[in-house]
Design a protein around this ligand. Structure first.
Ligand SMILES: Nc1nc2c(ncn2[C@@H]2O[C@H](COP(=O)(O)OP(=O)(O)OP(=O)(O)O)[C@@H](O)[C@H]2O)c(=O)[nH]1
Length: 384
C-alpha cells in the first residue's frame, strides 16, 4: 500500500471525497428536513477520514492504523445503509445494533493483527462486511415505495456495484492461497478496490444529491397541488384535473358526473367545539369520503368546508347513488371530539357534465343543486 501509484490514487480520492463531503454537508445544511441526508454526509466524512488514514499509513504504527481504517470503513458503510433506510421511510437499524457489530469487527481486526497476524483474511473480512452493507443499501433503495423517483436507480446502481465488487474481492482474497506476507498481491487488490471505489463514490454522491433534489421537488409539488389540512387537491389543481378529464371523457364519449359537497352548519361546530375540532371534522370527512371513492374518482377542496368530486365513466343515476351513500356514511360516523362524538352531515348536489359543456357551467349547476339541498333542510342529495 506504499507504492507511488497507490499514493497518487489515494491523493486523488481524497480530493474527490473532500469535494463530495463538502457538497453533501452544504446541501444538508440548506435542507435539514430531507430524511437521511445527514447520515449520508457523515458517511462521506468517514470515507474522507478513511482516505486520510490510508495516506498517513507509512507514518503510523500498523496496529492502530489497521483498527482506525477498519472502524471508518465499517461506519461509513453502516451510515450509508442507515441513511437509505431513513430516506425510504423505514426504521433505521439501532445504535445498539451498530455498537455490537462494530465490536465484532474490532475484535476480529485486533485478533488478526496482534494475536494471529493475517492481513489477507483481515482485509477479506472487512471488505465482506462493507460489501454486504452496500448491497443491503441497494436493496433497500430498490424496494422502496417511492414511485416517480427514477433518481433512485443511480444510487442503487452505485451501491449495488460497490457491494458486489467488495464481496467479489473479499471472496477472491479468501479463495486464492497466498502467503500472509504477500504484500504485493495485497497492494494490487487495494488498488483495484480503490479505483472501483473512486468511480462508485462519485456516482453515489450524484445519486444522493439527485435524491435530495427529487425530495425537494416532490415537496414543492405537494405544497402547490394539495390542501395543507386534508392533503387532497386544492382548488387550482382540482380544476386542472377536471379540465383534462372533461376533455378525455368527451373524446371517449363517456359520461362524467360532478358532486358538490358542503358540510352543514360547520360554523356551529367551530363555535361550539373550537377551531381544532373543526379541522378534525374536515380531516374526518375527507378520510371517510376518499376511502369510499374509487381510485379514478378525484376529490378537491374548493372552499373552507366545500368540496367537489368528479366521477369519470359515471352517469347521473350512478352518481346520485354514490352521493346518497356518502351522505349516509357521513351521517352515521360522527367525528371523535375531545368531549365526545360530534355529529356531522353534508348536503350534496349532483350533475352530469353535458357534451360540449364547459366545466364552469357544470360547476355552477352543481352549486345550485347543493344550495337547493341546503334550502330543503340540509343533509340531503339534490340532482341538477
Ligand atoms: N376549522 C376550520 N373551519 C373552517 C375552515 N375553513 C372554513 N372554516 C369555517 O367554516 C365555516 C363556514 O360557515 P358558513 O359558510 O356560515 O356555513 P355553515 O355554518 O356550514 O352553514 P351552512 O353551509 O349553511 O350549513 C366558517 O365558520 C369558517 O370559519 C378550516 O380550514 N378549518
Amino acid at each position: 500500500m506504499n507504492s507511488p501509484t497507490f499514493q497518487i490514487l489515494m491523493l486523488l480520492t481524497v480530493i474527490l471525497v473532500v469535494i463530495m463531503t463538502v457538497v453533501l454537508f452544504a446541501v444538508q445544511q440548506a435542507n435539514r428536513e430531507i430524511p437521511g441526508l445527514r447520515a449520508w454526509a457523515y458517511s462521506y466524512l468517514c470515507g474522507l477520514l478513511l482516505c486520510v488514514s490510508f495516506l498517513l499509513r507509512p507514518h503510523v504504527p500498523e496496529g492502530p492504523a489497521v483498527i482506525v481504517s477498519q472502524v471508518l470503513l465499517f461506519t461509513s458503510a453502516w451510515l450509508n445503509l442507515v441513511a437509505t433506510q431513513i430516506y425510504t421511510g423505514r426504521r433505521p437499524w439501532t445504535r445498539t445494533c451498530f455498537g455490537w457489530a462494530l465490536l465484532i469487527v474490532l475484535g476480529l481486526a485486533s485478533y488478526l493483527t496482534w494475536q494471529q497476524p493475517e492481513p489477507r483474511l483481515r482485509l477479506a473480512l472487512i471488505l465482506g462486511a462493507g460489501g454486504t452493507l452496500m448491497l443491503l443499501s441497494a436493496l433497500a433503495m430498490l424496494s422502496a415505495e417511492i414511485r416517480r423517483q427514477p433518481e433512485r436507480y443511480l444510487f442503487t446502481l452505485a451501491c449495488g456495484t460497490h457491494g458486489l465488487a467488495l464481496l467479489a474481492t473479499s471472496l477472491s482474497l479468501l479463495l486464492i492461497q497466498t502467503h500472509p506476507t504477500d504484500l504485493e498481491r495485497l497492494d494490487f487488490v487495494a488498488q483495484f478496490v480503490l479505483i472501483e471505489s473512486i468511480v462508485v463514490l462519485v456516482m453515489r454522491a450524484f445519486g444522493v444529491v439527485m435524491l435530495a433534489n427529487a425530495h425537494i421537488t416532490a415537496e414543492l409539488r405537494h405544497f402547490a397541488e394539495r390542501d395543507p389540512l386534508t392533503s387532497i387537491y386544492n382548488r387550482r389543481s382540482f380544476m386542472t384535473l377536471l379540465d383534462k378529464s372533461v376533455n378525455l371523457m368527451q373524446r371517449m364519449n363517456s359520461p362524467l358526473s360532478l358532486l358538490g359537497l358542503d358540510l352543514d352548519h360547520f360554523k356551529r361546530i367551530n363555535d361550539t367545539w373550537g377551531h381544532g375540532s373543526g379541522d378534525q371534522a374536515l380531516r374526518h370527512f375527507v378520510q371517510l369520503t376518499t376511502e369510499h371513492l374509487r381510485n379514478e374518482d378525484v376529490i378537491g377542496r374548493v372552499g373552507g368546508e366545500e368540496f367537489v368530486i368528479f366521477l369519470p365513466n359515471t352517469g347521473l343515476e350512478a352518481a346520485a347513488c354514490v352521493a346518497e351513500r356518502l351522505r349516509a356514511l357521513i351521517e352515521s360516523q360522527p367525528v371523535a371530539g375531545p368531549h365526545g362524538p360530534i355529529a356531522l352531515t353534508v348536503s350534496i348536489g349532483v350533475t352530469l357534465i353535458a357534451k360540449g359543456e364547459t366545466q364552469e357551467a357544470a360547476l355552477q349547476r352543481v352549486d345550485e343543486a347543493m344550495y337547493r339541498a341546503k334550502a330543503k333542510g340540509r343533509n340531503r342529495v339534490e340532482l341538477a
